[in-house]
Ligand binder design. Structure first.
Ligand code: NOJ
Length: 565
């Protein structure tokens, strides 16, 4: 057997890679830890908490944008890719952070936001000056059509995706905020600029990039109107540009292939069927993508619709079926764009918050795909009790309020009630470090976004101290996951896809076989394992000691168990 094939047989045919075995922790710098009392998290704050992350046991940190930005969209609007956001600190602070990460044997992945820049970026400042400016072609400009925008494209932050710029009387394209003009990737100079800035950070030693809305970089040919069937979900149309694969392959050749790094595409609008075309390792495009089917199950559009366990299982089963040994997947149920995991997929009531958060951790760390954990999930942080529009910071919410509530399309009450379940700001409230004022996030009088009032009970100090905490269970789960490669590379089988309360599956790698049993309900459930399956030896359980059994299980509400068969 050739060496590579022999090696891969120990990993179920997958080529072993550090990023396939990693567990990634996402830091949203604005809300993580403030070191200077201005109410905004910063890089020094993150560095001061590296021991906390090391102790938890994660091995990769994904840092949401830390670049210079006027913050129309909290850093996802970049003014200077080679400068650190003033509120977050200096380049020296960044270097210190990177050094601290490396010193602890961890890795750092940055956010690459290159579908668009800020309108305050030097390129756009030039571009808008005149039609013959050398930077004009860095962005997408079009004349009016019939006295209005060039086409019917809509922005994800409400309204048209085109804004008329009086200086030249042409429209520029922005799929997000007015202050986030889309770059013109068809211009080779733009692509070279991007490769240059990637190298700038990689040469400092960072370990990869999470790529913001990367499938939008090539715009659909001819910038035609969105066809009617895509009007409700334009993201599935915006991903259909003809040059996406060509540009990603070029990026791979010019940059990615030269470093030991990872690439994770935020693939909003990419279907599961299209996924291999981006992640198949023979294509040299991306290592893995974020597929939104699971995280958006309960709110596929702006409106909360709820979810059922068999639907979630069906998503994972389909992912398992459609992705082969040349593909790789991510596993996540939260990030800075979604509500809190325990409030969405668990039960955040006093009675069940802790067990359900632990159950979700058990699931995320034992399903197939590199797990991505969002800051605060290790503490079981919950959604925020929003009362009115003044409680929000998010531009998406503020624009939608103007477009929906101020125009009388929807009442303020139902708008806010929906946001309590769906808003991105749920995830952006400051980290809850301890029970002191402002949850120990800042020493200043006020955090940039209000701290969740439940911080006195839910905080990291409590988590570290209490042996039964979510934090300590998380850490135990991570250590357990580290004892085997079965959860990274093992095959996956759902033993009871239709069961409405239980999620029961196996992960198998060679002779190692694990059985995971999760009770996603508020009630105790008696359960006979199907097909003569025997539970085996209990490895870990979220409710402490579980009864020893053969094949008839008695699961308590939100109980999670992992057995080795
Ligand atoms: C996806 C990011 O995750 C989100 O926070 C941002 O608003 C948009 N892309 C635009 O960059």
């Amino acid at each position: 057997m050739p060496a590579q094939a022999a090696e891969n047989s120990a990993t179920n045919g997958y080529e072993p890679k550090w990023w396939k075995e990693a567990v990634v922790y996402q830091v949203y710098p604005r809300s993580f830890k403030d070191s200077n009392g201005d109410g905004i998290g910063d890089l020094k704050g993150i560095t001061s908490k590296l021991d906390y992350l090391k102790k938890l046991g994660v091995n990769v940190i994904w840092l949401s944008p830390h670049y210079d930005s006027p913050n129309a969209d909290n850093g996802y609007d970049i003014r200077d890719y080679r400068k650190v956001m003033t509120e977050f600190g200096t380049m020296a602070d960044f270097d210190e952070l990177l050094k601290g990460v490396k010193a602890r044997g961890m890795r750092l992945v940055l956010d690459l936001v290159v579908n668009h820049t800020s309108d305050e970026h030097r390129w756009f400042v030039e571009s808008r000056k005149s039609k013959d400016n050398p930077y004009r072609d860095y962005y997408i400009w079009r004349p009016a059509k019939d006295g209005g925008p060039p086409n019917n494209w809509t922005s994800f932050f409400s309204g048209s995706a085109w804004t008329l710029d009086p200086a030249t009387n042409e429209y520029y394209l922005h799929l997000f905020a007015v202050k986030q003009p889309d770059l013109n990737w068809d211009n080779p100079k733009v692509r070279q600029e991007v490769y240059g800035l990637m190298k700038f950070w990689l040469d400092k030693g960072v370990d990869g990039f999470r790529m913001d809305v990367i499938p939008f970089i090539s715009k659909p040919a001819g910038l035609k109107d969105i066809p009617p069937e895509y009007l409700k979900r334009p993201q599935y149309y915006y991903t259909q540009g003809p040059h996406l694969h060509e540009y990603l392959q070029e990026m791979n050749k010019e940059v990615v292939s030269k470093y030991d790094m990872t690439t994770i595409g935020e693939a909003f609008g990419v279907t599961l069927e299209q996924t291999p075309s981006l992640v198949d390792d023979r294509r040299h495009e991306l290592n893995m993508i974020f597929n939104f089917d699971a995280v958006r199950l309960a709110h596929p559009g702006p409106q909360w619709v709820g979810w059922k366990l068999p639907q979630l299982k069906a998503i994972y089963a389909e992912q398992n079926d459609k992705l082969g040994v040349h593909d790789w997947n991510t596993m996540f149920l939260s990030n800075h764009d979604n509500p809190r995991v325990v409030s969405t997929f668990g039960n955040d009531s006093k009675q069940f918050r802790v067990p359900s958060a632990k159950l979700l951790v058990t699931m995320l760390l034992t399903l197939k795909g590199t797990p991505f954990i969002y800051q605060g999930d290790e503490l079981g942080m919950t959604n925020y009790p929003f009362k009115g529009i003044a409680d929000f910071d998010d531009i998406e919410v503020k624009n939608a309020w103007k477009a929906e509530v101020e125009t009388g399309h929807i009442s303020a009450e139902s708008f806010i009630a929906n946001l309590r379940k769906t808003s991105r700001d749920n995830a952006r409230t400051p980290m809850q470090w301890d029970a002191s004022a402002n949850s120990g996030f800042t020493t200043g009088p006020k955090a940039w976004l209000a701290v969740n009032p439940n911080y006195r009970e839910i905080n990291a100090a409590q988590g570290e101290k209490d042996p039964e905490s979510i934090y300590n269970y998380f850490s135990k789960m991570l250590a357990f996951r580290g004892t085997t490669k079965a959860f990274a590379y093992g095959s996956y089988e759902d033993l009871d896809p239709k069961n409405e309360k239980l999620f029961v599956y196996t992960r198998t790698l060679g002779s190692e076989k694990y059985l995971v049993v999760l009770n996603f309900s508020d009630e105790a459930v008696s359960y006979s394992l199907p097909g003569g399956v025997k539970a085996g030896k209990l490895q870990i359980s979220n409710l402490g000691k579980a009864e020893e059994v053969t094949n008839a299980l008695k699961l308590r509400a939100w109980e999670a168990r992992v057995y080795r068969q």
